[in-house]
Design a protein around this ligand. Structure first.
Ligand code: HEM
Length: 190
């Protein structure tokens, strides 16, 4: 009996990891195909209080990246890896991680909708390709992470890897679009 449980666990863990990888790829590919196939509208849907679509996008993206600092700190704390924080994890850490992640994700949605609908999958140079790929991969990794949190049998390495991928993709998005914009246009506040 003990042997069959021992052999079943790694199998279940491998299946769960494979499911998460497939989910991430399907989401990323679906977004990429839509962005490439759809004719870019070339105009914003809304700009809120900003002077234009670009300004809205760079500031929403920057706010989402700033929340990554909260995400990283609280994630390291929950996993007992935050230097100097000790072993006791206060009760507010997990909800702070959850809510800062939800707000960061919500900030990316209007931006990505504008990117895909108004601009499409850009291929004009390596920076824009890297940005478009990272944009699609971000949602793939995010979807897999959300599913991984609710699935049974997920291997212990999967959540940090998926969480790290989500963060790495958002930082890539920021570097290839928002930072690039700021280096050219300065820091317009609206
Ligand atoms: C989390 C998701 C995303 C965020 C936060 C994001 C953010 C941004 C920002 C801040 C800009 C600069 C402003 C502008 O040029 O309009 C931008 C540009 C752009 N985005 Fe995204 N984006 C995301 C996803 C995507 C996706 C999925 C695609 C297409 C597959 C895409 C394609 C583009 C293109 C083509 C540009 C113009 C690049 C240029 O010519 O400089 N983005 N994005």
């Amino acid at each position: 009996m003990a042997t069959s449980v021992a052999t079943a666990r790694p199998l279940a863990a491998r299946t769960a990891a494979a499911v998460l990888i497939v989910v991430a790829l399907v989401i990323a590919l679906a977004l990429g195909v839509y962005a490439k196939a759809h004719t870019p509208a070339g105009r914003p849907i809304f700009t809120l209080w900003f002077s234009g679509m670009l300004q809205l996008k760079v500031w929403f993206t920057t706010a989402a990246v700033a929340l990554l600092i909260v995400q990283l700190t609280t994630a390291l704390w929950m996993w007992g890896r935050l230097p100097g924080a000790g072993d006791v994890v206060p009760r507010w850490v997990a909800p702070t991680h959850r809510w800062s992640g939800a707000v960061a994700f919500a900030l990316t949605v209007p931006v990505a909708v504008h990117c895909m609908w108004a601009l499409g999958f850009g291929t004009q140079d390596a920076r824009v390709v890297a940005h478009s790929v990272a944009g699609c991969a971000f949602y793939g990794a995010y979807g897999a992470k959300m599913l991984g949190l609710r699935m049974r049998g997920v291997p212990s390495w999967a959540l940090p890897v998926m969480g790290g991928s989500v963060m790495a993709m958002l930082v890539t998005i920021w570097l290839t679009a928002a930072l690039w914009f700021f280096t050219r246009s300065g820091l317009p506040l609206t």
